[in-house]
Design a protein around this ligand. Sequence first.
Ligand SMILES: [Mn+2]
Length: 328
Amino acid sequence: MNPFELIDILRNHTVYIQTHNFPDPDAISSAFGLQQFLDFHGICATVCYDGKVDRLSSKKMLDTFGITMYSKNELPDMTENDYIVLVDSQKLNSNVTDFIGDEVACIDHHPIFFQYHYLYQDIQKVGACASIIASYYQRTNTPILPNCAAALAYGIKMDTADFNRGTTLLDTEMLSFLFSRADWGLVTRMYTNTMEFDDLRAYGAAIQNIQIFGGTGFAYIPFDCATALIAIISDFILSLDVVDIAVIYAMQKNGIRFSLRCEQNRVHAGTLIAHVMKPWGSGGGHPSMAGGMIPSEHVHLLGEDIHVTIQDAFLNAIAEMEKELPPA
Ligand SMILES: [Mn+2]
């Protein structure tokens, strides 16, 4: 897709850039990068999201890079005539609230689970959505400010786990493009004091009840904990040498939230969780990282011992999927 087409579509409209709910660093940096890009081309856009910016690493981004974004409750009145550009997310997915505006464009790097007709669609299989946004600057020779280049570089580093997860050539090329243009001090500042004291409780709970069956590790966090933190703990559990699939779930106010991680060459995480969640909720994601949710009203369907039900469902699905894999 040609980014100039996006500019033409958005011109003379009220524009919002929306991330997935509970935006992570890649979503935040992509939205900010696109906002600055559009701004240079004369289009003013407001960055918005639903849920919360609930992780220290995400909150810290707003201060460090000078980003302003509005949650659903703080949003000025959006109307149905306003245009929305979705970044790091796609319409109809369970992790993005359907705002009243018109989703005319989508820039994302997740697999497509639901087809939707956008006026502008740029969905590429790359490690970070921020890489796609960075490429817009390069392809159109648009100047980039040092704080914006730093934010995009941080987004790329975070979503590719420092180039260890789902990385493509575009991710590495865009990091090198951004490197010389970024205020790198801002990037390194993001790596200090990254853990909140409350995080320790969630780590502690996960460590205490972890159970491992043939390389698949399950851990349960029995209290409400930030969605992004569940994802970080699943990365942590996956780093154990005896685990190559990590299933972490936590009891939140509105249901049970899942985060799934798979090491390369086992099963496709997104397909696995979509399949397992089907009778109770929803889920999806990338080959190596995915998420899901069982809403409160369906939790009773799991029966008396929810942990046994969850473990059996995953282990059976993994066994089925592995049968279909070609022999190593
Ligand atoms: Mn992303």
